[in-house]
Design a protein around this ligand. Structure first.
Ligand code: URA
Length: 218
């Protein structure tokens, strides 16, 4: 697995704005969307193209086009929906596979190694039927313990997908480590890598609860 932490100045600026404790729902949504677009550009830079024939105004030419089917976007409900429009801006024809996962807040505990352990519950799955022929791009604002991302990747692999990457706005080192151990073949693209998790599994300094901020349910 490779971890790509964006060095784009706009990405760094926009993540900083997201951290403002006084941010409005509108601004949080807009920045999340803009960051998703910027990360999607980075994550799709390695898509393969091949020369294909095209009839243009001056005749038939051989011109580079995507070699394979468009990736499928995989928002993890609910916060991942906040990144959907931003990624669709780059991949407007992408099919969307949806995975519903939620953390069981009553299950939060520290394991034998002092790591935060949170049970993840799956409540919805709608993965496109030809996912084995596409790259899957998981979108979720926060990579905390890694539990949701790992569960989502397990579902995609069980459905036959072999080419997966994931986009996050903010990642904790603990989540990156867990994901690397479970799925070393999955590349991740992040806007920022933060310091650590607190004992409730929230990222520090982080953004708070990204789902609540996107949906205005604080
Ligand atoms: N989910 C969030 O929304 N924020 C965190 O810090 C961790 C998980």
């Amino acid at each position: 697995m490779s971890v790509y932490a964006s060095t784009h100045p706009l990405v760094q600026h926009k993540v900083s704005l997201l951290r403002d404790a006084q941010i409005s729902v509108k601004s949080f949504r807009e920045l999340t969307k803009e960051l998703a677009t910027l990360l999607a550009i980075e994550a799709t830079a390695s898509l393969k193209v091949e020369a294909k024939p095209l009839t243009c105004w001056s005749g038939t030419i051989s011109t580079p086009m995507l070699a394979e089917k468009q990736p499928t976007l995989v928002p993890i409900l609910r916060a991942g929906l906040g990144m959907l429009d931003g990624t669709l801006a780059v991949l407007p024809c992408a099919k969307v596979s949806v995975v519903g996962l939620k953390r069981n807040d009553d299950s939060v505990k520290l394991d034998a190694n002092g790591k935060v352990d949170i049970a993840i519950e799956s409540y919805y799955q709608n993965i496109i039927s030809d996912v084995s022929e596409r790259k899957a791009i998981i979108i979720d604002p926060m990579l905390a313990t890694g539990g949701s991302a790992i569960a989502c990747i397990n579902m995609l692999k069980a459905s036959g997908c072999t080419d997966i990457c994931a986009l996050f706005l903010v990642a904790a080192p603990e989540g990156i480590e867990a994901l690397t151990e479970s799925h070393p073949d999955v590349d991740i693209f992040v806007a920022a890598i933060d310091e650590k998790l607190n004992d409730q599994g929230y990222i520090l300094p982080g953004l708070g609860d990204a789902g609540d901020k996107i949906f205005g349910t604080l």
